[in-house]
Ligand binder design. Structure first.
Ligand SMILES: [Fe+2]
Ligand SMILES: [Fe+2]
Length: 174
């Protein structure tokens, strides 16, 4: 990231610790920690499945919350329109990979190969967001709006999480 963008980023997060972009960055760190835990888990063990499920549900809720709250606002603005469209497509690829990983019963070597493709896609997407998309967003979204969006995002994300938990409970009860 260029120096000016880094300074702007640091200043803005200090002024605006409760803005949507700060929440999203914290969740990126959580996802990264969960991906490491899956990586270190025993092949086929219960911990692998449990940790992956935690990652999958929080990641999908994060993507859906961004799709609902952040991206629509940025798609309307000239400076961020194309980036937002591309980011949505990256979400789509991540969602497909998560669905395939969830559907797979055996979680050994082949599963791990696909999981690595997921982590590469997530890491790439997070890098694009944090190094290009979010710094650009700070220049087009007012600080007050970023705080309002944080509240709307939390509601959207939690709604998606609850939906997934219900769907999970239904499929377990079958
Ligand atoms: Fe994100
Ligand atoms: Fe995203």
């Amino acid at each position: 990231m260029e120096l000016l963008a880094r300074i702007r980023e640091a200043l803005s997060s200090e002024l605006n610790p409760n803005g949507i972009l700060e929440i999203l960055k914290r969740e990126h760190q959580e996802a990264s920690a969960l991906m490491d835990l899956v990586e270190q888990s025993h092949p086929g063990g219960r911990a692998r499945t449990a940790t992956f499920e935690k990652l999958a549900s929080s990641l999908l809720a994060h993507l859906a919350g961004e799709d609902d709250v952040l991206y629509p606002a940025l798609e309307k603005l000239e400076g961020t329109h194309d980036m937002a469209l591309e980011a949505r497509e990256e979400h789509h690829v991540i969602e497909l990979l998560v669905a395939e990983l969830r559907a797979e019963q055996t979680r050994g070597e082949a599963w791990m190969a696909k999981f690595h493709v997921l982590t590469e896609n997530v890491e790439h997407h997070v890098r694009e967001e944090e190094e290009k998309f979010f710094p650009k967003s700070r220049t087009v979204l007012a600080v007050e709006l970023q705080v309002e969006m944080a509240a709307a995002y939390a509601i959207a994300r939690d709604g998606h999480l609850a939906e997934q938990n219900q769907a999970g409970a239904r499929s377990r009860g079958r």
